[in-house]
Ligand binder design. Structure first.
Ligand SMILES: C[S@@+](CC[C@H](N)C(=O)[O-])C[C@H]1O[C@@H](n2cnc3c(N)ncnc32)[C@H](O)[C@@H]1O
Length: 213
């Protein structure tokens, strides 16, 4: 799998990484060993900074996996704030629940089990911050639901918009062609939203950031 950075630059940036707590390190190792995709540490740090800046009361995450990004969001929330996270994988859900308990932030996290395409239309209250990190074939529809659920002035962050570098190159491996096409189509939709101020940052696997006007 390819990355969006030159190896020398990636290695250089890695030298500035601060040591994470044991649970976060364990989760990173588990995800790597079991090939579960989670946020890159740089993207996780950027999202933590955005959470600290925005001070959201209500956060929605679509795509929990084992709960890595959920915990990194939860640990930066204010006293009365919470994060709702949606996961459909029966394998990942128990792992995420266990990590939430161990993190000490379980009381700030509500996990919805099931497909976000069915769950999001049922959510009543709006959110100040939404993090979209799910299957690429669902991105367009999950983004549409996200825009409905995002408050004015709210922030939406979408992961994987440079898609291992393939979004921006003509040399795409056969097994990435379909997903790359989806990401490219999504990027056009994302950046042309009239009601969003958007940018795509070359951090991690490419982070889209939008602020709702
Ligand atoms: C990239 S992983 C999420 C990683 C996580 N955000 C992190 O950084 O720690 C994507 C997860 O989204 C879940 N997922 C994908 N599409 C979904 C959908 N439509 N509804 C609910 N979960 C979904 C997958 O099962 C997978 O666990």
């Amino acid at each position: 799998m390819s990355t969006i950075h030159f190896p020398a630059q990636a290695k250089y940036i890695d030298t500035f990484r601060k040591k994470e707590n044991e649970l976060i390190q364990e989760m990173e190792a588990y995800a790597a060993e079991h090939k579960i995709p989670i946020l890159s540490w740089q993207s996780a740090e950027l999202i933590e900074q955005l959470i600290l800046l925005k001070e959201p009361k209500r956060v929605l995450e679509i795509g929990t996996a084992i709960g890595y990004s959920t915990i990194r969001i939860a640990r930066n929330l204010g006293k009365k704030s919470e994060v709702h996270t949606i996961e459909k994988s029966a394998d990942n859900i128990p792992l995420a629940r266990e990590y939430f308990e161990r993190s000490g932030f379980a009381d700030k996290i509500k996990l919805f089990e099931g497909n976000a395409l069915s769950i999001m239309p049922q959510l009543q209250k709006k959110y100040d911050f939404i993090f979209l990190d799910a299957d690429k074939e669902d991105y367009k529809r999950l983004f549409d639901y996200s825009l409905i659920l995002l408050k004015r002035g709210g922030v939406i962050v979408v992961d994987n918009l440079l898609w291992h570098g393939y979004a921006a190159t003509t040399r795409v491996p056969a097994n990435y062609k379909a997903s790359t096409k989806l990401i490219r189509e999504f990027n056009k939709i994302f950046t042309s939203q009239e009601n969003l101020i958007t940018t795509i940052l070359p951090v991690g696997d490419g982070l889209g950031i939008g602020i709702k006007k």
